[in-house]
Design a protein around this ligand. Structure first.
Ligand code: GCO
Ligand code: MN
Ligand code: MN
Length: 387
């Protein structure tokens, strides 16, 4: 049996806000006690995680004095060094404070937009101090419930201006951050700006320093709107823009459930792991999920262990898939190689002319069964441990 013990080399990360989630929901109070940041560091390191990510406010409340900040940051850094955990990614809470209720970078109030820049710069300073090299932008309040305010085009401009400002700030400070935009279709806003991975990729191309920007896709976010997460991730990889990934699980068409990785849609999650592993993705595998509200602290660590264990089991299945001779033969038969035809698909005037005159066995092409039922069933057999 393969060793399913996670190690830092697996690059699994959690957020202070994920394992630290105390179980509050819109209908009920927290069901668990808060944990201190150094305690969370110690527990995650013992479980084999690589790092812990955070929002500014997860560690330093916005009302903290300078001495409180220095104590909180000092204790956290000490725990990181004692337990060998990294902070690969940092981000800003631009959603909790009522000041951001109608947006941060996209607020119609210029004072709010300026405050959002100030808060983000300070948070980038903190992230850099903790060693983070990646900075995530999740536009939690960037969106609308009603469009009567007429700010749709302005919002995109304000969003772009803010990201351009912050990339310039990072470069001027010598921080060297790479940035990842995290799309989400809705929740907490009725409709959020840049709702999908595709939208974010399109927007990134309009930024001044677009080479510094990529995406942080989240399983739950694409799934909420009925999209196929693996397809979104493939597009990000193809564009060279998969800078980070938020792993969790989700039933389609629901509120953002942030379920344990693999808790719900095992087969889709398998194809995702296959994609990450086979594409050579080397970034963090960040579990942006939380334990069920029903759970006590023991349940939180069972949740964290479960996320990593399921990833490792699926990675093992990916390897088994690659060495399964029946599976590989079926896959080879699925792809029809025809070098002469392939050569014609590069445009030259000659190829275009040849292709126009080419005779095709149209009925034969339509009659061929590609064997996908067989391949898919082999996948199910493999996942259920029958191979
Ligand atoms: C959510 C988001 C957040 C972000 C986090 C980091 O749905 O609440 O996924 O968890 O990932 O704010 O940017
Ligand atoms: Mn989310
Ligand atoms: Mn997320």
């Amino acid at each position: 049996m393969t060793d399913l013990t996670p190690t830092p080399a697996d690059k699994f990360t959690f957020g202070l806000w994920t394992v630290g989630n105390a179980g509050r929901d819109p209908f009920g109070e927290p069901t668990r006690k808060p944990m201190t940041a150094p305690y969370v560091v110690q527990k995650l390191a013992a479980l084999g995680a690589y790092g812990i990510n955070l929002h500014d406010d997860d560690l330093v409340p916005v009302t903290a004095s300078a001495s409180e900040r220095s104590r909180l940051v000092g204790d956290f850094k000490q725990a990181l060094s004692d337990h060998g955990l990294k902070v690969p990614m940092a981000t800003t809470n631009l959603f909790g404070d009522p000041a951001f209720k109608d947006g941060a970078f996209t607020s119609a109030d210029a004072r709010v937009r300026a405050y959002a820049l100030q808060k983000t710069m300070l948070s980038m300073d903190l992230g850099h101090e903790l060693g983070a090299e990646l900075y995530v932008f999740w536009g939690g309040r960037e969106g609308t419930e009603v469009d009567a305010g007429g700010k749709l085009l302005d919002s995109l401009k304000w969003f772009r201006d803010s990201l351009n400002f912050l990339a310039d700030y990072s470069e001027s400070q010598g921080y060297g951050y790479r940035f990842a935009l995290e799309p989400k279709p809705n929740e907490p806003r009725g409709d959020m700006f840049l709702p999908t991975v595709g939208s974010a990729l399109g927007f990134i191309a309009t930024l001044d320093r677009h080479g510094l920007f990529g995406v942080n896709p989240e399983f739950a976010h694409e799934t909420m709107s009925g999209l196929n997460f693996a397809h979104a991730v493939a597009q990000a990889i193809d564009a060279g823009k998969l800078f980070h990934v938020d792993l969790n699980d989700q039933k389609p068409g629901r509120f953002d459930q942030d379920l344990r990785f693999g808790a719900e849609t095992l087969k889709t999650v398998f194809f995702l792991v296959q994609l990450l592993e086979q594409s050579g993705y080397t970034g963090s595998k960040h579990f942006d999920a939380h334990a069920l509200r029903t759970e006590d602290e023991e349940g939180v660590w069972a949740f964290a262990r479960g996320c990593m264990r399921t990833y490792l089991m699926l990675r093992e299945k990916v390897r088994q898939f690659e060495t399964d001779t029946e599976m590989q033969a079926a896959l080879a038969a699925y792809r029809v190689e025809d070098p002469a035809m392939q050569a014609l698909t590069s445009f030259t005037p000659g190829n275009a002319a040849t292709l126009k005159g080419q005779a095709f066995d149209r009925e034969g092409l339509g009659a061929r069964g590609p064997g996908l039922e067989h391949i898919d069933q082999l996948t199910v057999d493999l996942l259920l441990g029958m191979r």
